[in-house]
Design a protein around this ligand. Structure first.
Ligand code: NAD
Length: 364
């Protein structure tokens, strides 16, 4: 009998989803076999495959499974065969449905430059060497949800578009607390990106983040205007530890930061709520390479590591998985997307097997 039981909802999704998920589950199984935990991995359908089977991208049974779980691990959804469907039935709606129903308000995107892959970055090696940034983006507020919104015809007969940037004090406080807590486990430097010089909403953002900071004297808080932050991410990314920002600014900054490493198949993400969280690679379902055993499973494996760290309180095991990935890259094996001239190209399953082998070594 194991001491800790965790229920994990597993949604492989579409395209390369099933292939990359299989490798992540292989890694989780090794952890659960070696440790005193019982990981109950319960698979469900979301996305295009759910639409094909149930006529909806997020069936009630899948939502219920997610709501009853300690965490959700997701592959990717979407594909050309579902692109002509009504917007409400598209595979991607499942993501919005999960985020909304699970109350996932904090999106975390770690940006780590692996020494072995520095050549993949469009930036000079010396700029990105050693970068380890965590972007904490607020996920449920801001212009994406604020009202009024829409396009209306004005009295002069011309159309006018409106979106509303809105944040309550409580929404800002809870994301700030998350960011300070995360900074505490890292280098203890938190940068809050806003536009407090021209937007009152983010003036409030700055005030509340500063207030929350008084409870975290061990963390150094700095504020930066988001336009400068976007520039600094390219100019000198190594200066950042944790960045916290609004939904809109985070959407843009996190994609910009993702490209620092240049390898989409390597980047995991976490979306945290009060009760549960969802972990997924940042890339999509890559229909162009689906079913060919060439997709890179490392972003999904690294997402599973984040799940251990943030949902299952197993930070050491998360470190071990990340170290096993580093060891694998050091061995000189690469999937096609991160290929370098002198390295050996291997497939999705082989890559999973290499990480599994290295993890087993680290667990001894
Ligand atoms: P994509 O991320 O799927 O693919 C972009 C490019 O990167 C492709 O050339 C692809 O082959 C490559 N790529 C992506 N992941 C890879 C991996 N793990 N290993 C190797 N190469 C990889 O983005 P896209 O082509 O714009 O979208 C394809 C589908 O995915 C669309 O239906 C889109 O809506 C959906 N999508 C889903 C998510 C999600 O599930 N979270 C996110 C983005 C896009």
């Amino acid at each position: 009998m194991k001491n800790n039981n965790f229920k994990i909802a597993v949604f492989a999704g579409d395209g390369i989803g099933p292939e990359i998920m299989k490798e992540a589950l292989k890694i989780l199984k090794i952890i659960s076999d070696h440790k005193n935990i019982d990981l109950q991995l319960q698979e469900g359908l979301v996305g295009g495959i759910a639409y094909d089977n149930y006529g909806t991208p997020l069936p009630d049974s899948s939502l219920e499974l997610a709501l009853q779980s300690d965490a959700v691990l997701l592959g990717a959804v979407g594909g050309p065969q579902w692109e002509s469907l009504d917007y409400s039935l598209r595979p991607e709606r499942a993501l919005l449905g999960l985020r909304g129903n699970l109350g996932l308000y904090a999106n975390l995107r770690p940006i780590v430059a692996f020494d072995e892959l520095l050549d993949a970055s469009p930036l000079k090696k010396n700029l990105i060497q050693g970068i380890d940034i965590m972007i904490v983006r607020e996920l449920t507020g801001d212009v994406y949800f604020g009202k009024p919104r829409g396009v209306k015809k004005g009295k002069n007969g011309k159309r006018k578009g409106v979106n509303t940037m809105v944040y309550s004090e409580d929404e800002i406080r809870r994301i700030a607390i998350r960011a300070f807590e995360i900074a505490r486990t890292r280098q203890k430097n938190l940068l809050s990106a806003d536009k407090a010089n021209v937007l009152e909403t983010t003036e409030l953002w700055r005030d509340v983040v500063t207030e929350v900071g008084q409870n975290y004297p061990d963390v150094t808080l700095k504020h930066m205007y988001v336009d400068n932050c976007a520039m600094q991410l390219i100019r000198n990314p190594a200066q950042f530890d944790v960045i916290v920002t609004t939904n809109l600014f985070g959407d843009i900054l996190s994609d910009e930061a993702a490209m620092l490493t240049g390898s989409i198949g390597m980047l995991p993400s976490a979306s945290l709520g009060e009760k549960t969280a969802l972990y997924e690679p940042i890339h999509g379902s890559a229909p162009d390479i689906a079913g060919k055993n060439i997709a890179n499973p490392l972003a999904t494996i690294l997402s599973a590591a984040l799940m251990l760290r943030y949902s299952l309180s197993m930070p050491r095991d998360a470190d071990l998985i990340e170290n096993a990935v580093t060891e694998t890259l050091k061995e000189g094996v690469r999937t096609q997307d991160i290929h370098q001239p002198d390295k050996k190209i291997i497939g999705t399953e082989e890559m999973g097997n290499h990480v599994a082998k290295n993890l087993r070594k680290l667990l001894i």
